[in-house]
Write a protein that binds this ligand. Structure first.
Ligand code: ATP
Length: 350
């Protein structure tokens, strides 16, 4: 039995349907990330699990116990759920140790000190126990907020855009750190974010949401490399679609020649399809058969993301190590390294 079960729930604000027939299951000890654009229903999902949004249909269960169903809702304070808010909401007049212990202040003092001490150790802030929040960096504050939510040992932890206040580089690093802390404490967690790197850094499973439904629930690897639909492929990662005609098993004729690997497609030969080429599928390779011109480049430190124009006018993206520094308008050659061939039939109107 999963620890958290959302079974076909629907939630609405007046006439606005925020979640429709929405299901997901999170196993004990698993970290789930919900990823999707603004307004897709991520916060509503958390609010429903916390008990602040009633469900119009379906059921929410935690450890098998019904928390919400139409006309019935366990009070938020009775739910075994902890929450880390976007703004961290630390108490400015309390020290780090007091902030962490606030949720267990009614417990026996020795136990409280032990839990706070253990959590300070886990978040690596032993030396900062007596500091106040304004004496910490943003990343350190984030870890204190996480420790405070973990102190009462909730069955389930929810995190709402936990790194939204931090800069991009720190976000990904903290994503890994938070993941380690959650794993070390054996926590079960749901994180909502609109940042793909964050979702991939933290989640065992990622749910791609759009307009109140989950389009794919899968590992980060599969979400990126094996998107189940064109919609998921467009929402996650970068890439371009090129048109191809399915000729034989796993081989397409395209404007850049034959594109193939050993993947088989359940479509009749001759089907026109759109093939997804991610920047990491395209290699800058002096022996490559495809000629291209550099149109744009974005320096990303260890790599450069090139936009390349092919002779027929199509543009591709290629991610190359940054020591391969090509100039704008420079001619180059490309090859494809397609471990996973992702293609979707063209829509009839296209
Ligand atoms: P964001 O990333 O911007 O926080 P989200 O994915 O968390 O977005 P929700 O806040 O869950 O999305 O909103 C889902 C839908 O419900 C949106 O269409 C939103 O406009 C609507 N909505 C959310 N809160 C309310 C409210 N209090 N009253 C009316 N409509 C609301």
């Amino acid at each position: 039995m999963a620890l958290l079960e959302l079974e076909k729930i629907s939630c609405a604000y007046g006439d606005t349907r925020a979640l429709a027939d929405f299901s997901l299951e999170v196993e004990q000890g698993e970290i789930a990330a919900l990823l999707g654009p603004s307004g897709c229903g991520k916060t509503t999902t958390l609010r429903a699990v916390l008990g602040f949004e009633p469900v119009l249909q379906g059921e929410i269960r935690i450890a098998g116990e019904v928390m919400s169903r139409p006309g019935f809702s366990v009070l938020p304070e009775r739910r075994p759920v902890g929450m880390v808010f976007q703004d961290r909401a630390l108490f400015p007049h309390l020290t780090v140790a007091q902030n962490i212990g606030i949720g267990i202040r009614r417990g026996p003092k020795p136990l409280r000190s032990q839990v706070v001490g253990e959590l300070l150790e886990i978040i690596g802030l032993n030396d900062c126990a007596a500091r106040f929040p304004h004496e910490l960096s943003g990343g350190q504050q984030e870890r204190v907020a996480l420790a405070r939510a973990l102190a009462p040992r909730p069955r389930l932890l929810l995190l709402d855009e936990p790194f939204a206040c931090l800069d991009i580089d720190l976000r990904e690093r903290l994503g890994f750190e938070v993941r380690d802390i959650l794993k070390e404490t054996g926590s079960t967690a749901v994180v909502v974010t609109h940042d793909q790197d964050e979702a991939f850094a933290i989640g065992d499973q990622v749910g791609i949401m759009e307009e109140g439904v989950i389009l794919q629930w899968d590992t980060p690897f599969n979400i990126y490399h094996r998107p189940v639909s064109r919609q998921v492929a467009s929402l996650v990662g970068r890439g371009v679609f090129i048109e191809g005609v399915l000729r034989e098993e796993g081989a397409f004729d395209t404007e850049i020649g034959r594109v193939q690997n050993d993947h088989t497609f359940p479509h009749p030969l001759g089907t026109r399809m759109d093939i997804l080429l991610r920047p990491d599928d395209v290699q800058i390779d002096s022996k490559g058969e495809i000629s291209a011109t550099v149109v744009k480049k974005a320096f990303k430190g260890s790599s450069i993301l090139y936009t390349l124009r092919l002779a027929p006018g199509t543009q591709l993206l290629a991610l190359a190590p940054s020591h391969k520094d090509l100039e704008i308008d420079e001619q180059t050659r490309l090859s494809l390294d397609l471990e996973h061939l992702v293609a979707f039939p063209r829509a009839p109107e296209e």
